[in-house]
Design a protein around this ligand. Structure first.
Ligand code: ADP
Ligand code: MG
Length: 648
């Protein structure tokens, strides 16, 4: 008939243990036809398992030729070998090698996952197989909930899942009681009658005698090869060979990998939570810190904007001030404001004189800042009068002793419900009548309380309170904001000419805004760097747990490879596991970060949530998982199947 399905020519295998090389197989030559039922017998240590690993393409021979269906296997790539294991072989192991965290049905489905069978089809087929092996009522049991005989039947179902044209069974009855052992042998016999090629490895002559052909191995050599009986069903074997196979080898379901990852992570819940924590803290702090940083920046910028963008602030420049005649430090004077008003494009020029004073009402003393100014003050500063009225031009010309209180001062001096309007207060022992109360302004750009002030006419102030004629600031509002730079230059020129020296400086709101933005961006960058470091620490945690996970589950990796997983399937599985940890951690971290922000907001801090940091932090955590999960996943995928399977 046709050429043998398996043909070994002079196969040797040498194991290297450090410097010591041990040859375990010394030139094995062997042909096996499709549909044969072969037992390979030999004492423990004679090389049976080594031979089986080579037959099943779990390991490579050191020398010799292995032809499978007439093709040289030695030239196959890792993926091609995986495809062979997936399509051609079904393995049954002495210790069953089931995945402990998966149910019986899921264990049986594994080879079909790698063959790209749809979820529905593979569930159906697994159920059918298990039912035919009398395990229909054990589908959801985990391996540790099954007896040895039942576990071995699950592993037989798994071997048949993708067809199992050649079944390789290494001591399949070794761990079973005699009854279960007989059941397993009966199953193998039945499978052989259905057309499967069966190769059983055993040290028991009794088991071996049940096969049709007996090959005896001693110390890595075949010492006898005896055929007792022809093939049971050679025709069926031919049919089986044609039936099995698969379409394009699809990448195993990503959703399947996610499911497996979640299960593996749940199996070590506490460890997973600790790893998550690293990511949660990292992502949470990125989100919270940037929300707080952005919030602080926005609130400062808002206050600057509320003052209007067309403002110039003129101040004495102490740095350039070299002392005037008589040692007076007078530089800006009220007359400068009048002069500035003549400059084109200037709408207002509002001078302010300030002094720290004690204000008294009844028996309450309160120390505050008195601010001598002009009627245009409210308009120039976009500041509204809450009650009563503001200083008017007549107050200016008559040097009227009238005052307008800031909210803070009004609250300090007057009890709830008592209207300050019309009352008299002593400002530095001089009585002033209150004509108005300002509406609330809140904190200024520097964090100072802008409501902690008393406003009086500039004329009254300079005449009766300040005793000097220097002006602290002149606030200038321009008409056309686009020409603000030219106006600034014009005013500076005017002042330098009037003072005959450069003793004033002008700042515009745009430059203040810029400075604030710059400082707070630096701060945000610093916060983000701190957060990024904690994310890095979280990433190292992920890497650590993945390395542990891989070394703990080496045998599982071996089982998956034996059932046909490609290297990239294993890589993907562990990578997805790392990604699941960091994505879950990232999601919790985002929620925690936003929660912290909401809490801080409730406590009164200015908070600004933007999508950017949330997306950034989540993306970072995802990337962390990818980068730090890659190395362990790659290690796992490069394991030799036979080595992985023999790990403890
Ligand atoms: P059997 O399955 O017949 O009991 P094995 O094929 O497992 O025998 O082992 C044959 C010989 O090879 C034994 O002497 C064993 O110690 C040795 N051996 C098996 N696997 C390895 C390995 N990975 N490294 C080194 N020596 C090995
Ligand atoms: Mg063995």
């Amino acid at each position: 008939m046709a050429s043998p399905v398996v043909s070994l020519k002079d196969i040797t295998k040498t194991y290297h243990n450090g410097d010591i090389a041990v040859e375990v197989l010394h030139g094995i030559s062997l042909d096996i036809e499709a549909g044969e039922f072969v037992a390979i017998i030999g004492q423990s240590g004679s090389g049976k398992s080594t031979l089986m690993n080579i037959l099943g393409c779990l390991d490579q021979p050191t020398s010799g030729d292995y032809l499978l269906d007439g093709e040289h296997v030695s030239g196959f790539t890792a993926d091609a070998l995986a495809a062979l294991r997936r399509r051609t072989f079904g393995f049954v192991f002495q210790n069953y090698n089931l995945i402990p965290t998966a149910s019986a049905q899921e264990n049986v489905e594994v080879p079909a996952v790698y063959a790209g069978l749809s979820l529905r089809d593979r569930q159906e087929r697994a159920e059918t197989l298990l039912t035919s092996l009398k395990l229909g009522d054990r589908l959801d049991h985990r391996p540790n909930q099954l007896s040895g005989g039942q576990q071995q039947r699950v592993s037989i179902a798994r071997a048949l899942m993708n067809g199992g044209r050649i079944i390789l069974a290494d001591e399949p009855t070794g761990a079973l009681d005699s009854q279960s052992g007989e059941d397993v042998m009966a199953l193998l016999r039945k499978m052989n009658e259905d057309g499967h090629t069966i190769i059983v490895i055993t040290h028991s002559r009794e088991i071996a005698e049940q096969a049709d052909r007996l090959i005896e191995l001693r110390d890595g050599r075949i010492i006898s090869d005896r055929t007792k009986k022809g093939r049971s069903n050679p025709e069926a074997a031919g049919v089986l060979a044609r039936q099995m196979g698969e379409g394009a080898a699809a990448l195993a379901d990503v959703s399947e990998a996610v499911k497996m990852a979640v299960r593996a992570l749940r199996a070590n819940l506490f460890r997973t939570i600790l790893t998550l924590l690293g990511i949660v803290i990292g992502v949470g702090s990125v989100v919270a810190m940037l929300a707080i940083g952005t919030g602080a920046q926005n609130s400062v910028l808002d206050r600057i904007s509320s003052m209007g963008s067309n403002l110039l602030i003129v101040r004495p420049n102490m740095a350039n001030f070299r002392g005037g005649e008589g040692g007076s430090i007078v530089s800006l004077v009220p007359a400068d404001a009048d002069a500035i008003l003549e400059v084109p494009n200037v709408a207002f020029a509002v001078p302010e004189m300030t002094s720290t004073v004690t204000v008294r009402y009844g028996n309450i003393d309160y120390q505050t800042t008195v601010n001598g100014t002009v009627p245009q003050f409210t308009e120039a500063k976009s500041w509204k009068v809450g009650a009563g009225e503001f200083i008017n031009p007549r107050d200016m010309s008559t040097y009227a002793p009238v005052a307008v209180l800031g909210q803070t001062v009004a609250k300090k001096l007057f009890a709830d419900g008592e209207s300050p309007l019309g009352k008299y207060v002593l400002v530095s022992k001089i009585p002033f009548q209150i004509i108005g109360v300002m509406s609330e302004m809140g904190a200024g750009p520097g964090g100072n309380d802008q409501d902690d002030t008393v406003l009086i006419p500039l004329t009254t102030g300079s005449n009766r309170l300040f005793g000097q004629r220097n002006v602290r600031t002149i606030t200038v509002q321009v008409e056309d904001g686009s020409a603000i730079d030219a106006t600034q230059t014009a005013i500076q020129g005017l002042l330098d000419q009037r003072h005959k020296r450069e003793d004033t400086q002008i700042v515009n709101m745009a430059s203040i805004r810029e400075a604030v933005t710059e400082t707070s961006n630096t701060l945000k960058l610093f916060l983000a760097a701190v957060a990024a470091i904690s994310l890095l620490v979280g990433g190292i945690g992920v890497m650590n747990i993945m390395l542990v996970s891989v070394s703990e589950r080496t045998r599982e990796i071996g089982v998956r490879m034996a059932t046909g997983a490609r290297q990239r399937d294993i890589l993907l599985q562990f990578l997805i596991e790392a990604l699941v940890v960091s994505a879950v951690g990232g999601a919790i971290g985002v929620v925690a970060g936003l929660g912290t922000g909401v809490l801080a907001k409730a406590l009164g801090a200015p908070i600004s949530f933007t999508l950017g940091p949330v997306v950034l932090a989540f993306a970072c955590s995802f990337l962390t998982g990818l980068v730090f999960g890659y190395l362990p996943a790659r290690n796992a995928s490069r394991l030799q199947p036979a080595v992985a399977l023999s790990s403890e």
